[in-house]
Design a protein around this ligand. Structure first.
Ligand code: NAD
Length: 443
């Protein structure tokens, strides 16, 4: 695989197009910078800039309307030197193997930066669950597991939910895995329903912990949350809980955005006095698509999808998809924005990063900012292994401790080595993984 420079492709305003940048090239470019900075030797670089294993497969589904349709599925295991691989499964019509490769690599660094004993993986199926019945989604979940059941498991690779997958999907996957292997293996998957081995706090964990890192950053910026406003891209799992906690700590979210698959358009819902979370949630589907017409009737301004990053706010929270903050879009970010908290994975391209760094914007990088999800998944594994479950307070206290400590470890490296936060997080993370590979004698 090469590291040729990613080529941006202009997008038609407001519509979702194929990836303009290749996220795997972004992930490799980020790694290469740090590998040079750390002086990693050739074999270590070669090992870490590529996945250790990957699986591509076809999943035949008997459709409700009759006939069979074949769906493409993937699982990429980037590195497992520090422990079993861990990473979500996405259902998305624009999923590509390179997105999954990038996400798997980012999972390795994410687990390492928060110092949990896991490696990185990611999986997906190219599909749009909006257009599938529950029966078809169940078949897809079970079909994905049947293809990969021998290469994943509690001590090998532990999947979890991600974009457009949910606890019910995880339960179907667990059930299929247990049928194949004969027995109960709650450690096979995380993000399960609470009633069947899930952890309290998992659904809130990513969004809440995004806000917790914002809380720590605002202290450094000498800003009180109650005097700040934010604009968010997305209104799915991460974005919704980020809105909820941001409001609880006193801040005001003035806009969120969403993707409507019926016309493939993104749009932004804005209320300058602050969006009302319950109101917008009540008109959203389970995949985070807000009903545009109802939002308008409720008094929201409907703006083009890209407007989320042009708002006059203190904080931007990308919480949808990759490559949103780039050389093309940074000039449109309001100069008042002081902080960008990456709820999504890979929302900023390397060129975007350089421009934000020049502007002096405080950026909380994805591998730190959204690591609350995998940390809570790790807690779910720990509780499952003990077969003893913590109450919500214990889960959130432990999450808070882990995330706060990781945030300050990154800031310490950033200040000591005069590095942007993303580089500092990578230095911490890549060093730990490279050390584990060396100690095992892999490179
Ligand atoms: P989700 O499917 O629940 O929500 C995604 C949201 O983004 C929806 O509101 C959707 O309408 C919107 N969206 C989808 N495509 C879009 C596009 N092209 N442009 C603008 N908006 C679009 O997903 P989620 O779980 O909230 O994940 C969001 C991001 O956070 C992803 O990058 C994911 O990898 C990352 N993440 C999620 C978790 C987690 O625990 N769910 C953990 C870590 C990172």
């Amino acid at each position: 695989m090469t590291t040729k420079k990613a080529t941006p492709v202009p997008a038609k305003k407001g519509t979702v197009v194929e990836q303009s940048y290749n996220p795997f090239e972004t992930a490799q470019a980020q790694f290469d910078r740090i590998a040079s900075m750390l002086g990693l030797d050739g074999p270590t670089r070669d090992l870490l800039r590529n996945p250790i294993r990957e699986y591509h497969f076809s999943i035949p589904i008997r459709m409700d309307r009759g006939g069979i349709q074949i769906f493409r599925g993937f699982r990429v295991q980037h590195n497992d030197a520090r422990g079993p691989c861990k990473g979500g499964i996405r259902f998305h019509p624009l999923e590509t193997i390179d997105t999954i490769r990038a996400l798997a690599m980012w999972m390795t660094w994410k687990c390492s930066v928060v110092d949990i004993p896991l490696g990185g993986a990611k999986g997906g199926i190219v599909c749009d669950p909006h257009n599938l019945s529950l029966n078809e989604i169940e078949q897809l979940c079970r079909g994905w597991v049947r293809q990969i059941a021998r290469d994943v498991g509690p001590c090998l690779d532990v999947p979890a939910p991600d974009v457009m997958t949910n606890p019910q999907d995880m339960l179907w996957m667990l059930d299929e895995y247990e049928k194949i292997h004969g027995g109960r293996y709650p450690g096979f998957i995380t993000g399960k329903p609470i009633s069947i081995g899930g952890s309290l706090g998992r659904k809130e964990a990513t969004g809440y912990m995004v806000v917790l890192t914002i809380r720590e950053a605002l202290k450094e910026l000498n800003l009180k949350p109650e005097n700040t406003t934010a604009s968010i891209q997305g209104f799915g799992n991460v974005a919704q809980y980020a809105v909820e906690l941001y409001h609880k700590i006193g801040g005001t979210v003035i806009s969120v955005s969403s993707w409507d698959p019926t016309d493939n358009k993104t749009f932004c819902c804005r209320k300058l006095s602050g969006i009302l979370f319950d109101e917008l949630k009540s008109i959203s589907d389970p995949f985070g698509t807000i009903n545009r017409k109802k939002a308008q009737d409720m008094g929201y301004e409907i703006l083009p999808g890209e407007a989320w990053l042009e708002q006059d706010v203190d904080v931007l929270i990308p919480a949808a998809v990759e490559n949103q903050i780039s050389a093309d879009t940074v000039p449109r970010i309001n100069r008042r924005v002081k902080l960008i908290a990456e709820g999504a994975n890979g929302p900023t391209t390397p060129e975007g990063d350089l421009m934000l760094d020049k502007r002096g914007t405080f950026l909380i990088p994805d591998i730190l900012c959204n690591a609350g999800g995998v940390t809570c998944s790790y807690f779910e594994q720990v509780q499952g292994n003990m077969n003893y479950y913590w109450d919500e307070k214990e889960v959130f206290d432990k999450l808070d401790a882990k995330m706060t400590s990781a945030f300050h470890a990154v800031r310490e490296v950033s200040k000591r080595q005069k590095l942007p936060n993303r580089d500092a997080a990578y230095v911490l993370a890549v060093n730990r993984v490279a050390r584990a590979c060396k100690d095992r004698g892999w490179c």
